[in-house]
Write a protein that binds this ligand. Structure first.
Ligand SMILES: [Zn+2]
Length: 387
């Protein structure tokens, strides 16, 4: 009930002001009477606990003036915060209908109404509200963000891409990153239909929006690999490492295969050594160990593994160490196999991916976090139980 006083406060002030003026003429007298009736009727509704009637009555009878518009916004926001969306909608719709308000207040009313519709899941109405604000200096960028949010929820990638001109003009990195992922979504659909040229064009558009899009390079590498263009695929995998090395563990095997196809295993192992030196990741370590074993024998590889595990212990590294032990003829294979199985079972119940934005954990990889909906934030877990 208290929030309705936001509306009544300016009325009360006006009433007091009228009462304080003894020298008013006849025309002021009738206005004073009118205002006092509205004020007391509103109070009566409130006192009888009929909030909805009070809101409707006050919105219908009291005019929104420049000095009371902020009170209306504050009250509507309070309603929205308390989850009373229908009440917030009523106030914002009322404000949108006020033709005499200054442009900024009118735009703010449309923007807030768009947010109400979005919260209520009325995407069509929210979309048209945000579209009306595309030329607003104050609200255009925020409206773009909400429009992309709507198109992401409805998987309407094409409509999102139609906003490209405005997004590029905004130069907002987060919006450009989201747009690049919209292109990647379309590229994934085209990839399933084997539309090679279309996929490449969509991915190039994605990289023009966001040159650091790991996802675009990932898909690009997949296309090249499928078409046996291994040099190009290797370059894409290298780009992924440069762009965001936290994604790299998931492409190591694919990259190893491409170098192998090119008969360039040595080149791959030089690259992996650099990756291990720079990141210390367990996937890079395991790949690098194959090189040591191949060049310097099993004993050297085992020594390297032990010192690496002492420096930076990981369960994944420990599992690989057991596997190395199992390859030795003199070892107790039965017990080692049991330990390896237990470690594998332990790793299987652990979530492999973690969202760097909201902390959401998942065993499956998603390009858009199912919890916070940010793009490319789900990456392999780091630390003892991860990389
Ligand atoms: Zn998240």
């Amino acid at each position: 009930m208290l929030e309705l006083l936001f509306l009544l406060l300016p009325v009360a002030m006006g009433y007091g002001w009228f009462m304080g003026r003894n020298s008013v003429k006849q025309r002021d007298h009738s206005a004073k009477q009118d205002l006092s009736i509205k004020y007391s009727t509103g109070i009566n509704y409130l006192l009888s606990n009929q909030q909805d009637k009070a809101i409707e009555y006050l919105l219908e009878t009291l005019t929104v003036e420049d000095d009371t518009v902020e009170a209306h916004f504050a009250m509507a926001n309070l309603f929205r915060k308390r989850g009373e969306l229908d009440r917030a909608l009523k106030v914002h719709e009322h404000l949108v209908r006020q033709k005499h308000l200054p442009t900024k207040a009118k735009q703010q009313a449309a923007f807030e109404l768009g947010k109400d519709f979005l919260t209520a899941g009325l995407y069509d109405r929210a979309e048209s509200m945000f579209h009306t604000l595309m030329k607003s200096k104050v609200f255009a960028q925020r409206s773009l963000t909400y429009l992309l949010q709507i198109y992401q929820s409805t998987k309407d990638w094409q409509h999102g891409i139609e906003l490209k001109k405005a997004i590029v003009k905004s130069k907002d990195k987060k919006l450009l990153h989201t747009l690049a992922n919209f292109y990647c979504e379309l590229a994934t659909i085209a990839l399933e239909k084997d539309q090679f040229i279309e996929v490449l064009e969509l991915l190039e558009s994605a990289l023009r929006c966001d040159p650091n899009s790991c996802r675009a390079n990932w898909l690009m590498a997949e296309i090249y690999e499928n078409h046996q263009q291994y040099n190009e695929a290797c370059q894409c995998y290298k780009d992924i490492y440069t762009q965001d090395n936290e994604f790299f563990p998931d492409v190591i095997d694919k990259m190893a295969n491409c170098y192998h196809q090119l008969d360039a295993d040595d080149e791959f192992y030089c690259f992996i050594k650099k990756v291990y030196d720079e990141t210390g990741g367990s996937s890079a370590l395991i790949k690098y160990l194959s090189l040591i074993e191949h060049k310097h024998g099993h004993v050297k590889a085992q020594e390297f593994m032990l010192s690496a595990l002492k420096r930076r212990p990981t369960i994944q590294g420990f599992k690989h160490f057991i596997k190395m032990q199992m390859n030795q003829p003199e070892q107790d294979h039965e017990n080692l196999a049991m330990i390896k199985e237990l470690v594998s079972a332990y790793l299987n119940i652990k979530q492999r991916y973690n969202c760097r934005n909201c902390g959401f954990n998942s065993s499956t990889h998603y390009w858009s976090c199912p919890s916070c909906h940010d793009w490319e934030t789900l990456k392999p877990v780091r630390g003892l139980e991860g990389e």
